[in-house]
Ligand binder design. Structure first.
Ligand code: NAG
Length: 313
């Protein structure tokens, strides 16, 4: 309990960019436009998939779940980041900080596992097409989703457990837009060496391991596709390249932030923004602009909504 009594820092200061008004306005525009686009794009994907029975297949259900998670990823930190741009004192309480880290890591960990589940789904569809619907049954999909959320939660709690009781005594400036473990731990007034190691071992490990599993499975699938070259393979290739693009955008920043988090690099601040603003936006862009079935379904949904409104007027 000694640690708790010593903690005299009720809140942290998020430095963000404390530069000119011009930069703040530019940042506001970038944050706001991407946030709105993220929410609209991802919600449109979820609505389209749920409402269109042509898209009631495991692949699209998983995609809808990914989009749903992405609305979460961008909603945890971005609204406060936008609000903070116009505040002189960009403070966040200790509990606010812990809450942000909890949700970011729960949702982020879940998304990583979900990307593996989506790769597995493509593996079954392409390499064992005759057994696809029996293997990827609704029960299996739900099981894999519950598994993803469970792993995400464990990943997050396992890190938080070590930092909730950290003592703070003075230093409270965080060179970031939102709270995350590397910079949070740095502010504690205790020997943080073990904690730094734990964060690297946990977040760094889950990022590297997931990335490695995904790369290996996509190489495996690509090799299989090339062997059975047929009419279906070009469609499979375009789906796969969409997945691979999402994976690279998602893991690139994560690996740099968590695998070598100490010392924290200045570029981490930009990568952290990238992670909560640009990455969630990749899904709608990649899956809607490149997928014909999605485009057709969205058009159907929009026409249906429009007719429905005319019916009432
Ligand atoms: C997630 O996937 C499940 C099962 O595949 C599906 O029933 C559910 O509608 C999906 N959730 C969302 C938000 O799309």
């Amino acid at each position: 309990m000694n640690g708790r009594n010593q903690s005299m820092v009720p809140e942290f200061v998020l430095l963000g960019f404390t530069t000119s008004w011009g930069v703040q306005i530019l940042l506001f525009l970038v944050f706001a436009i991407f946030y709105v686009a993220n929410m609209l794009g991802n919600l449109l994907i979820v609505l389209t998939i749920i409402s269109d029975h042509h898209l009631h297949s495991p692949m699209y259900f998983l995609l809808a779940n990914l989009s749903f998670i992405d609305t979460g990823v961008s909603s945890i930190a971005t609204p406060k980041m936008i609000y903070d741009l116009f505040r002189k004192h960009r403070v966040i309480s200790l509990n606010g900080c812990i809450t942000q880290m909890f949700f970011i890591h729960t949702v982020g960990g879940t998304e990583m596992v979900l990307l593996i589940v989506m790769a597995y789904d493509r593996y079954i569809a392409i390499c064992k097409p005759l057994h696809y619907l029996t293997i990827m049954s609704l029960k299996m999909c739900i099981f894999l989703l519950v598994l993803a959320w469970t792993i995400g939660l464990i990943h997050s709690v396992a890190q938080l457990a070590f930092v909730v009781n950290l003592p703070f005594c003075g230093a409270n400036k965080m060179d970031s837009f939102y709270c995350d473990f590397p910079r949070f731990i740095k502010l504690a007034c205790t020997d943080t060496y073990t904690l730094e190691f734990l964060v690297t071992a946990n977040s760094g490990f889950i990022s590297m391991a997931t990335f490695f599993i995904l790369v290996v499975s996509y190489i495996f699938i690509l090799v299989t596709v090339r062997k059975h070259s047929s009419g279906a393979s070009s469609k499979a290739l375009s789906t796969l390249s969409a997945h691979i693009t999402v994976v690279v955008f998602f893991f690139g920043p994560c690996i740099i932030i968590y695998v070598w988090p100490f010392p924290t690099l200045p570029i981490d601040k930009f990568l952290a923004i990238f992670n909560v603003i640009i990455t969630p936006f990749m899904n709608p862009v990649i899956y809607t602009l490149r997928n014909k079935e999605m485009k057709v379904a969205m058009r159907r949904l929009i026409i249906k909504t429009f007719k429905f409104q005319k019916f009432f007027h």
